[in-house]
Ligand binder design. Structure first.
Ligand code: GDP
Length: 461
């Protein structure tokens, strides 16, 4: 995402300029009564960038010169960390002040792209001395009147000349999944049915299936096609791996080698199928294996295989099924128990399948198609921040060392996995449970079930 930040000392007209570029008439400092936003962001659709007004940062109500200076410096620091282009607004009527010079030297040192904007260039009573402006060492200024709109088109063009034209919004993300094969792999303990599932997908029996644990050794890439829910033909690549053993007790060099190959497959795959045995449930070894996928920030779909045996038991009114109302009830309880053990991947879809009867194999594949599509989502910065405000209000971040923790602004910086940069007032790590709370909030808001997320905190006192 491309960020353009507006900085400048108080009263030079930063909010006016922000509203002008955002084509908003009113100041949107208060989206909801009683909330002061420290940083306001707006996605300028036709420019393909996000505009940031930092004007609220660091203001605590004090008006003294020292406090205003400190606040301005905090704003500039933030802009340097968050923006690709910084619009440095100065006042054309008042001219440059000592604080302007100070801000200019911070900006120069940062080596960021800076555009000086002379505001209030409208009444012909500008006192600003152009020689002073050039002495700031920040290049050619543009003149605008945020109040009356003068110079607006010029400024828009200048912004684009710095950051480049808008990148066409990935219209082709939809066919990207169709064009590029969707890479999946099965991981799991020996004998849970990985090879049987692979053969089912490939409609072949060319892989060795054996009741003896661990007969598949080599990682191979196998193409196949699948007609997804929307009737679109999806190209898959199955990376077939030998079973991973937990880190400890690697019996032989061969085993060690296959473990490496399995990790290699996890890295290559877009979506991981973590296969467990319906009758055996989650073992310690399963947890270790799932941990490998989590470490790589790969989306995991939990596949509970051999469900035909469970269906069979219900059909036969087997003694083992009598404490459950029906198969659905059993599934629900099974899933709950499963996540008590796989607590570190709480959002993963769980699909109950049978390699033998082909039960729900389509659902298993559709689930990967869906996640693969979600992985390309670009979350608009303004929507993300509206959500962050809502979440931090509902449950404020805990104070650390007796001092409050504040989140100013968040932006998505990457996909596969989702990466977010979070700007806050502190350097310390966000407490783990609060990170989970934010993650859950984002997952719920944007429907990103099963997609791992990485947060990078940027803070400064
Ligand atoms: P892998 O070691 O994980 O590749 O497991 P295999 O695919 O070799 O399967 C191990 C054993 O479980 C074999 O005897 C399979 O026939 C059996 N098996 C695999 N999938 C199913 C299933 O869905 N239902 C039943 N009943 N048995 C299965």
């Amino acid at each position: 995402s491309r960020n353009v930040a507006i900085v400048g000392r108080p009263n030079v007209g930063k909010s006016r300029l922000f509203n002008r570029l955002a084509k908003r008439r009113v100041t949107i400092v208060h989206d909801q009564p009683g909330i002061t936003r420290d940083v306001i962001s707006f996605d300028v659709a036709d420019g393909g960038y996000t505009l940031l007004d930092t004007g609220g940062l660091g203001l605590v109500g004090g008006e003294s010169t020292a406090e205003l200076t400190a606040a301005s410096e905090q704003q500039v620091d933030f802009a340097i960390a968050a923006a690709d282009l910084i619009l440095f607004v100065v006042d054309g009527i008042e001219g440059l002040t000592a604080l302007d010079t100070r801000i200019a030297s911070m900006l120069r040192r940062s080596k960021k792209t800076v555009q000086v904007v002379i505001n209030k260039a409208d009444f012909g009573e500008e006192k600003i001395d152009f020689a002073d402006i050039y002495r700031l060492g920040l290049g050619e200024p543009v003149q605008v009147s945020a109040e009356h709109g003068r110079g607006e088109a010029d400024l828009r063009e200048t912004i684009i000349s710095h950051i480049g034209p808008p990148v066409p919004e990935d219209e082709d993300t939809a066919d990207k999944t169709a064009r590029d094969p969707l890479c999946v792999c099965f991981i799991g303990r020996p004998n849970v049915g990985k090879s049987s599932l692979s053969n089912r997908l490939l409609k072949s029996d060319r892989l060795i299936v054996s009741a003896t644990a661990g007969t598949t050794r080599d990682a191979v890439e196998l193409p196949f096609q699948f007609k997804a829910r929307n009737n679109k033909l999806i190209d898959f690549t199955l990376i077939d791996t030998a079973g991973i053993k937990a880190n400890t007790k690697l019996a032989s060099p061969v085993e060690y080698f296959s473990r490496l190959r399995a990790l290699d497959s996890i890295q290559k795959a877009d979506v991981i199928y973590m296969v467990v045995d319906a009758l055996e449930g989650i073992t310690q070894q399963d947890k270790a294996i799932a941990g490998e996928a989590v470490k790589e920030s790969k989306p995991i779909i939990v596949v509970v295989n051999k469900w035909d045996l469970v269906l069979e038991a219900f059909k036969d009114d087997d003694i083992s099924t009598q404490m459950y109302k029906n198969e659905r009830d059993y599934r629900e309880k099974y899933e709950k128990a499963l996540f008590e053990r796989l607590f570190f991947t709480p959002g993963s879809p769980v699909i109950f399948v049978s390699a033998v009867s082909a039960f729900e194999i389509d659902r298993m594949l559709n689930s990967a198609v869906k996640i693969n599509r979600l992985l390309d989502m670009k979350i608009p910065t303004a929507r993300l921040n509206a959500l962050i405000v809502k979440l931090t209000e509902r449950m404020p971040p805990p104070a650390i060392g007796g001092r409050r923790f504040k989140i100013y602004y968040a932006t998505q910086t990457g996909n596969r996995p989702f990466r977010f940069r979070i700007f806050c007032n502190r350097e310390e790590k966000l407490p783990e449970n609060y990170r989970r709370y934010l993650e859950r909030g984002i997952v719920n808001e944007f429907g990103l079930e099963g997609c791992p997320m990485l947060f990078r905190l940027i803070g400064k006192e």
